[in-house]
Design a protein around this ligand. Structure first.
Ligand code: SAM
Length: 236
C-alpha cells in the first residue's frame, strides 16, 4: 500500500501501535490503517471491523489489493462484536464521535479483558472518553493534537492500568479542566490545541448569546458557562 494513502491523522494513530501487536481496527472503512501497519511490518495480524456494507466491501477490496488476506480478517458487525475474547491486544477506533467510541467500548467490555492498549481518535467530545475510561481503569498515557486539511484532530492513548493516575493530586477545578482539554495536551499547548479551544470558546459564546433571551438559568446554560470559563482560563 502506498504510504501517501494514509492521512497524517491515521499515521499518528499508527505511531502508537506497539510492534508485534495483534490489532482490531473498529470502523475501519477502507482498512488503510491495518494495511499500512502490516506493510510496515509493525503488526502481526489485524481484524478490520465494519458495520456498514459499503465500507465493509471497501475494506475487503483494499486488503486483497494489499495482499494481506491471510493476516487481516475483515469482519462485518457492530463494534466489538466482531472479536473473539483474547483475540487482540490493541484496539484502534478513529474518525467517529467520542460518544459513539465510548458506547462501542462499553457495549463490548467483555472483549477488552486481554486488551493492553486503546488508541482512539474521536472527532468530537474526547472528554467523554477521558471521563468514562478513567472510571474503568484505562490509564491515559499519551495524547496528541494535530491539524490536517484545516481540521484539528485529537488522538488519545489508554493502557490497561490505573485510570486515576493522570489526575492524581488535582483539585476539583483542575480535574474538570484536565478532563475537558486533556492533561497532556494542556501541558504542551501547541498551535493546534490553541486553535481548537479558541473555536470551542467562540461556539460557547454563541450558545450563551442565543440563550440569553430565555428566562432563568437552565442546566445547559450553567454547564456551557462553566465550560466557557474553563476554556478562557486555559487560553489565558
Ligand atoms: N476509521 C476510519 C478513519 O478514521 O478514516 C474510518 C472513519 S469513518 C468516518 C467511520 C466508520 O465507522 C464508517 O465506515 C462507519 O461505517 C463505521 N462505524 C460506525 N459505527 C460503527 C460501529 N458501531 N461498528 C463498526 N463500525 C462502525
Amino acid at each position: 500500500m502506498n504510504d501517501k494513502l494514509l492521512s497524517e491523522r491515521l499515521k499518528t494513530v499508527a505511531s502508537f501501535v506497539p510492534e508485534g501487536s495483534r490489532i482490531a481496527d473498529i470502523g475501519s472503512d477502507h482498512a488503510y490503517l491495518p494495511c499500512y501497519l502490516m506493510n510496515k511490518q509493525i503488526i502481526a495480524s489485524a481484524v478490520a471491523g465494519e458495520v456498514n456494507e459499503g465500507p465493509y466491501q471497501s475494506a475487503i477490496n483494499q486488503v486483497k489489493r494489499s495482499g494481506f488476506t491471510e493476516e487481516i480478517a475483515v469482519r462485518k458487525g457492530n463494534g466489538l462484536e466482531v472479536l473473539f475474547p483474547g483475540e487482540v491486544d490493541v484496539i484502534t477506533i478513529a474518525g467517529m464521535g467520542g460518544q459513539l467510541i465510548r458506547d462501542i467500548l462499553l457495549e463490548g467490555q467483555e472483549k477488552l479483558t486481554n486488551v493492553k492498549r486503546l488508541v482512539l481518535q474521536p472527532n468530537v467530545a474526547a472528554h467523554l472518553l477521558r471521563e468514562r475510561l478513567s472510571d474503568l481503569n484505562w490509564e491515559l498515557v499519551e495524547e496528541c493534537i494535530l491539524e490536517e486539511d484545516q481540521k484539528v484532530y485529537e488522538v488519545l492513548v489508554f493502557d490497561s492500568g490505573n485510570g486515576k493516575r493522570p489526575y492524581e493530586g488535582m483539585g476539583p477545578k483542575e480535574l474538570l479542566k484536565s478532563m475537558l482539554v486533556g492533561p497532556f495536551l494542556l501541558k504542551k499547548q501547541n498551535e493546534a490545541f490553541r486553535k481548537k479551544w479558541q473555536n470551542e470558546l467562540t461556539k460557547r459564546e454563541r450558545i450563551l448569546m442565543s440563550l440569553s433571551n430565555t428566562e432563568g438559568v437552565s442546566h445547559k446554560e450553567a454547564q456551557v458557562r462553566n465550560e466557557r470559563d474553563i476554556i478562557k482560563e486555559v487560553l489565558s
